[in-house]
Design a protein around this ligand. Structure first.
Ligand SMILES: NC(=O)c1ccc[n+]([C@@H]2O[C@H](COP(=O)([O-])OP(=O)(O)OC[C@H]3O[C@@H](n4cnc5c(N)ncnc54)[C@H](O)[C@@H]3O)[C@@H](O)[C@H]2O)c1
Length: 251
């Protein structure tokens, strides 16, 4: 049953692209759960949304922790009744240190998988009973274009985002008969308010030279794709993966 008034949970929405997702859903009238490991950031974004007339709550949650994820979804249900849309956006990303794979420690590998891969699994598991019961759900998993290209000194991150894509394939087949869809959006080269060390200004020039569309990406470029997969109208589309990458050439 397609809902008219929807509840959207966006993980990692205390900053960056996730913050824009949360704002965009609120602008179209959805009730939004702004979840982030950074409690202050989550509350700040929720407050921004409320100040502009939208409905939102901020929830502190570490997506790598099962109890924390279950509590996050319960909070959404207590406040708004259910979850219709889950955007798995939280990731270890802007805080990452790049290094050759031979220098990665087991702890570094495991900690990135705990958030980027296990976090997606736990959040899907926690919302699935609600989505199945209401016979409606939209799950959008955020991966990355680096799964297609690979990138030197980034193996831990690339592998964790590859896991998201593989997991999504199975998820879609298990949830489809309940009219719950699961799709992947893979951004590339998106500039947010958050500084990061993983792309230098010199690297930007050569990256943009490889684009069909000759500019850096904005969070709004990703919003369009996520809103599409999350829309009520996209109910016949599942198990798909969409690159939002300016037409990057993989040569
Ligand atoms: N910016 C880009 O160019 C780009 C490119 C490809 C993919 N992505 C993906 O898009 C998403 C958003 O990217 P961004 O640039 O906004 O990243 P970001 O690092 O600025 O934001 C990530 C957010 O996730 C939160 N987070 C981290 N660990 C968490 C945890 N354990 N539990 C809950 N929240 C946690 C952080 O607090 C932060 O608010 C990520 O999944 C990233 O991998 C981004």
């Amino acid at each position: 049953m397609e809902p008219t008034s929807r509840v959207v949970l966006v993980t990692g929405s205390g900053q960056g692209i996730g913050r824009k997702f949360a704002q965009a859903f609120a602008e179209q009238g959805d009730r939004v759960v702004v979840a982030d490991i950074n409690a202050e950031a989550a509350e700040r974004v929720a407050e921004e949304i409320r100040a502009s007339g939208g409905q939102a709550i901020g929830v502190a949650a570490d997506v790598s922790d099962k109890a924390g994820v279950d509590a996050m979804v319960q909070r959404a249900v207590d406040e708004f009744g259910t979850v219709h849309v889950l955007v798995n956006n939280a990731a270890m990303f802007s805080s990452l240190t790049m290094k050759p794979f031979e220098e990665l420690t087991v702890e570094e590998w495991d900690s990135i998988f705990a958030v980027n891969a296990r976090g997606v699994f736990l959040c899907c598991q926690a919302v699935a009973p609600h989505m199945k019961a209401q016979r409606f759900g939209r799950i959008v998993n955020i991966s990355s274009s680096v799964v297609v290209t690979g990138r030197a000194n980034y193996a831990h991150y690339v592998a964790s985002k590859g896991a998201v894509q593989a997991f999504n394939k199975s998820l879609a087949t298990e949830l489809g008969s309940f009219d719950v869809t699961a799709n992947v959006v893979s951004p590339h080269g998106i500039v947010t308010e958050v500084p990061r060390d993983t792309i230098t200004e010199d690297q930007w020039d050569s990256i943009i030279a490889g684009h069909a569309i000759k500019r850096k990406g904005t969070p709004e470029d990703v919003v369009a794709a996520v809103r599409f997969f999350a829309s009520n109208e996209a109910g016949y589309i599942t198990g798909q993966s969409l690159l939002v990458d300016a037409g990057l050439r993989y040569t």
